[in-house]
Design a protein around this ligand. Structure first.
Ligand SMILES: Cc1cc2nc3c(=O)[nH]c(=O)nc-3n(C[C@H](O)[C@H](O)[C@H](O)COP(=O)(O)OP(=O)(O)OC[C@H]3O[C@@H](n4cnc5c(N)ncnc54)[C@H](O)[C@@H]3O)c2cc1C
Length: 416
């Protein structure tokens, strides 16, 4: 049996009925909905009393498309994710949450422009997914006098208010949200116990899903996962006479949304190694500069902005080096390394074992900059794993997001 086969099937398939999900961001709430749909009794736990208060708390987040014609897991996962996301969020858009206004992506440089041409040729028969526009088309669709020569338009995407989506997902299915700051996870008598900052038991459940983003690093069961806490800031730009008519999301170096309450959400910065949620004026300036770099005409339409009194929001992404999310069962690291030890000597060796996993423990994190796009798909993968169903995505892509992939890579490269 090859390693990839083994990993794909390395999941406990008992149909446990109670599930605790740690984290009420978009990862936790989509997972809760996917498990509720399958008949599980789900409880979500978060240190905030309301869902969507950390990374999933911006007032306007976009479904960001990242396609490529290259046959690699990242663009293939992205394609699958955005196709599902546009269907998943449709009822929310129809109910007035956010806007399915389409997303325009303009190339950042000549190489990306060539890629866009290749993408438009590859998807030339799928106008409902993506269309290539010339400058006249860009101006007509955006409502702004843009200067880019061409761009890709994704008519079925748009923006959403992620906190409201998180709250709606829980409310819709009457999924309870418990408020507690969880410090320790323990297994006792076959149940997972979640202990708070006073060492009090908050809840116990047969199955536990860790969906607390970069916070997975605080638990001994998941601290092997190589995730990074990466700060980002969005800026609320004032509308101008020319920008108020913006009809679609525009992405390139940065992104900007159509106006809501006389402001545009514009983002976002990437501040490695910076740990503060206080707003920084230099980040507002960087976001505004990104708009002009995205499209000079867009920068002109926005006009001068007062960064000194500008509002915005800063929080942290949970990123992975391969830009793919992490979803699936949690390996029991000491035994898993023994199971796959032969890879240290021969990276191509086929390992005839499933590997060792923590019973009924799963992780759903690493959403990076695309949580809104990834979460509906990865939540389905997670719920299918827990329910012992056939994965809703082909094996190669499923394994590209598997929590054990980092251990396997490190063993093959003799890093551990
Ligand atoms: C500035 C910025 C702009 C962004 N723009 C976009 C965008 O336009 N489109 C997009 O798709 N993505 C965007 N992202 C990324 C997106 O926000 C994330 O991918 C997504 O929100 C991650 O969701 P999550 O549920 O994994 O994490 P979170 O939303 O952070 O949820 C994790 C939850 O776990 C809880 N928690 C953590 N530890 C504990 C604990 N010990 N006990 C109890 N509770 C705990 C937290 O309170 C939190 O509610 C942006 C990110 C930033 C920072």
């Amino acid at each position: 049996m090859c390693i990839r086969d083994s990993l794909n099937r390395a999941k406990p398939s008992q149909h446990k009925k109670t599930v605790a999900i740690l984290g009420a961001g978009i990862a936790g709430c989509t997972a809760a909905a996917a498990l509720h749909k399958r008949g599980y009794k789900v409880t979500v736990i978060d240190r905030h009393r309301t869902a969507g208060q950390e990374a999933s708390g911006n007032s306007q987040a976009i479904i960001y498309p990242k396609l490529s014609v290259r046959d690699q897991p990242l663009p293939r996962v992205n394609l699958a994710a955005l196709m599902l996301a546009s269907r998943y969020y449709k009822p929310f858009w129809d109910a007035g949450y956010g806007e399915q206004c389409g997303v325009l992506v303009v190339p950042e440089n000549a190489k990306v422009q060539q890629d866009f041409i290749a993408i438009s040729e590859r998807f030339s028969h799928q106008d409902s997914l993506v269309q290539m526009l010339d400058n006249a088309g860009l101006c007509a669709l955006s409502g702004i006098k843009m200067s880019s020569e061409l761009g890709l338009f994704f008519p079925q995407l748009g923006w959403l208010p992620p906190a409201q989506i998180c709250q709606q997902l829980l409310q819709r299915d009457s999924i309870p949200l418990l408020s507690a700051d969880i410090k320790q996870l323990k297994q006792s008598d076959g149940n997972w116990q979640l202990l708070d900052d006073k060492n009090q038991l908050t809840i116990e459940a047969e199955t536990l899903v860790i969906a607390n983003a970069y916070g997975c690093g605080q638990f001994e069961q998941t601290n092997f996962l190589p995730v990074t806490q990466l700060r980002g800031q969005i800026s609320l730009l004032s509308t101008s006479e020319a920008s108020i008519g913006l009809k679609t999301v525009i992405c390139g170096e940065g992104y900007i949304t159509p106006a809501q309450n006389s402001t545009h959400n514009c983002g976002a910065t990437y501040n490695k190694g910076l740990f503060t949620t206080a707003l920084r004026e230099e980040d507002h300036c960087a976001n505004i500069e990104q708009m002009s770099a995205t499209d000079n005409g867009l920068g002109t339409a926005l006009g001068p902005q007062n960064t000194a009194s500008m509002d915005g929001r800063a929080n942290y992404r949970c990123t992975t080096k391969d830009y793919l999310p992490i979803v699936g069962p949690v390996p029991y690291v000491p035994l898993f390394l023994e199971d796959y030890d032969a890879l240290r000597r021969d990276a191509r060796k086929l390992i005839p074992t499933l590997g060792s996993y923590r019973p009924n423990l799963y992780v759903h994190c690493g959403m990076g900059s695309r949580g809104l796009c990834y979460a509906p798909l990865t939540a389905e993968i997670l719920a299918a794993d827990i329910a012992g169903e056939v994965p809703p995505l082909e094996r190669e892509l499923r394994l590209a997001m598997h929590p054990a992939r980092f251990l396997i890579r490190d063993l093959k490269k003799k890093r551990i």
